[in-house]
Write a protein that binds this ligand. Structure first.
Ligand code: ZN
Length: 282
């Protein structure tokens, strides 16, 4: 039997079909359109699953179940997204909606928790996602740290700057408001407005996080300054998590992680120099 995995993001819905050996045999991505009602987004989750099945040359009859990773607080037992600010979702019974449409059992968990669970072999590990928001999955002493009702490991909503930028959660200065792709785009647009001669200004309203990194790689000083500061925002939050949890490994996922070493090298250097004990080595 095959299984369907859905990565529900603030920007895209990715659907994949995996075989019994956990090999990805087909995948499809659709825009989330998170400004729409939840019913429309769930209908597109099902459409993405159907397209992925079609691509794999199978039907729902060949599938055992659907698994969904969603941002925000998820009630896994009842298949309900309790609270996902980046989707504007509150108490959406996504699993029963998907089951009604696809006729398959559906399971749900927080996206970063799913990603953390997928990375086996570490007893102490932190996974963060840099996407529309900042998600977190924490494995401590070999167990996924979920907290009461799945409310734990919301690392994106720990404060980096007191009285800082407005966050989607209603608080000010959250790490997410500095380290998400959304925050990077905001930082890039501000730099473009302040320095209209910068390459950043050429992208206009459609500026993406990748564009900011690309402009920096092309030698644009304003973009490089944004990237440098952004990497410090990400790294400062990671340093706090490292000091709290002392993990064997920190993994970074989400759209911005595709920047690879452009992102990772400055983060590694910052964390090594600033984590507790890091100054011993400098
Ligand atoms: Zn927040």
């Amino acid at each position: 039997m095959y299984r369907i995995g859905i990565d529900l993001g603030g920007t895209n819905i990715a659907a994949g079909v995996v075989d019994e050996g956990q090999h990805l045999v087909a995948e499809v991505s659709l825009p989330t359109g998170a400004e729409r009602p939840a019913e429309a987004v769930v209908a597109d989750i099902c459409r993405a699953a159907e397209k992925a099945m079609e691509k794999a040359g199978i039907t729902a009859a060949h599938c055992a179940s659907v698994g969904i990773g969603s941002p925000g607080t998820c009630d896994s037992a009842n298949g309900v997204v309790v609270r996902a600010y980046n989707l504007g979702w509150f108490n959406v019974p996504v699993c029963s909606m998907v089951t009604a449409q696809l006729g398959l059992p559906c399971h749900l968990s927080n996206d970063a928790n799913c990603a953390a669970l997928a990375e086996t072999g570490c007893r102490n590990m932190i996974l963060i996602t840099l996407g529309t928001g900042v998600g977190g999955g924490i494995v401590a002493d070999g167990r996924l740290l979920e907290g009461v009702g799945g409310t734990g490991a919301e690392v994106g909503h720990t404060v980096l700057v007191l009285d800082g930028e407005d966050c989607t959660c209603g608080r000010k200065g959250c790490w997410e408001a500095y380290a998400s792709a959304t925050a990077l785009i905001r930082q890039g647009k501000r730099a473009a407005a302040a320095q209209p001669e910068s390459l950043l200004a050429g992208y206009g309203e459609g500026l993406t996080g990748k564009d900011v990194f690309d402009a920096a790689a092309a030698g644009d000083a304003a973009a490089q300054a944004v990237v440098d500061r952004y990497c410090v925002y990400v790294a400062a939050g990671i340093t706090d998590l490292v000091n709290i949890l002392g993990p064997e490994m920190v993994l970074i996922g989400g759209g911005i992680s595709r920047q690879g070493e452009r992102l990772l090298a400055p983060i590694r250097a910052y964390v090594a120099a600033n984590c507790f004990g890091g100054h011993d080595r400098t």
